[in-house]
Design a protein around this ligand. Structure first.
Ligand code: PEP
Ligand code: MN
Length: 265
């Protein structure tokens, strides 16, 4: 499991993680309001998860659905993050949003729809915050890894790759989670790779086995959607875990990751 990955080592150091601990980013699909975000951040902090998803600008397939609370939610999201000592991860959809988000968040996320938005990548390459780069749902591994080079070429080497599923003919799941890319990334890049079994499946009933599979395949961590009441979520409720299932998954994947880490030493 362990390999030379200075970028991962630096993230773990920055986020207070030990070698044998996976990089976990979790939280709701979107920040929907103060109460639900407070409850979620509190639960995550209690369970040792420091990186909290705080989606404010949401790229939705339909323009008629909830688009996120936008910058209005930043002050309370920041206050909640401070209260529990967690760090925010938020998606940036266009270059104009960078100055709004950058002072308040710790990691900027590039979503699947923007993986090949090279103007955005170049701009993110010229700022200091780490970038969580999600794989385009129509991108092959080479295109994905080269997108990361747009960031590095401009000077930002703090990049986390995230496999989140690709579009195939399969209809039982929202996307097909391509776990092949995990060992491929480990063989061909020096960047950390985490896996998002939430968007990768679209179904909360199979998120946990795919989270386990991702760690078993060698992923450096996970990105998982968790919501205090998935049935009431304004976006991606079908793929969000409730707190109980999330905690069970966390215990399991931490154990599995540690086992792999110990074995290869
Ligand atoms: C997300 O993680 O909030 C998201 C929108 O994911 P993706 O870009 O992978 O669809
Ligand atoms: Mn989502």
């Amino acid at each position: 499991m362990t390999r030379a990955c200075p970028v991962l080592d630096a993230f773990k150091l920055a986020y207070g993680l030990q070698d044998h601990e996976p990089l976990i980013i979790a939280g709701p699909c979107a920040v929907e309001g103060e109460t639900m975000f407070d409850e979620t951040a509190h639960m995550l902090a209690e369970n040792g998860v420091r990186l909290v998803r705080a989606g404010l600008f949401k790229p939705r397939t339909s323009p008629f659905t909830f688009q996120g609370l936008g910058e209005d939610a930043l002050p309370f999201a920041q206050a909640i993050a401070r209260r529990y000592g967690v760090l925010l991860v938020s998606e940036v959809m266009e270059t104009e949003q960078i100055p709004l988000l950058a002072p308040a968040v710790s990691v900027l996320q590039v979503g699947t729809r923007n993986m090949d938005n090279y103007a955005l990548l170049k701009r993110l390459g010229r700022q200091p915050l780490p970038v969580l780069l999600k794989r385009g749902f129509m991108a092959d591994s080479k295109e994905f890894f080269l997108a990361a080079e747009y960031l590095r070429r401009e000077g930002n080497g703090r990049v986390i790759l995230c496999e989140r599923g690709i579009r195939t003919f399969e209809s039982a799941t929202r996307n097909t989670l391509d776990l092949n890319i995990v060992p491929i990334a480990r063989l061909t890049t020096d960047l950390p790779i985490i896996v998002d079994p939430s968007h990768g499946t679209g179904r909360s009933d199979i998120v946990v086995p795919m989270a386990r599979a991702a760690i078993a395949a060698g992923a450096d961590g996970l990105l998982v959607e968790v919501h205090p009441n998935p049935a009431k979520a304004l976006s991606d409720g079908l793929q969000s875990l409730d707190f109980e299932r999330f905690r069970m998954m966390l215990d399991e994947v931490r154990e599995l990751y540690a086992l792999h880490a110990t074995r290869s030493q």
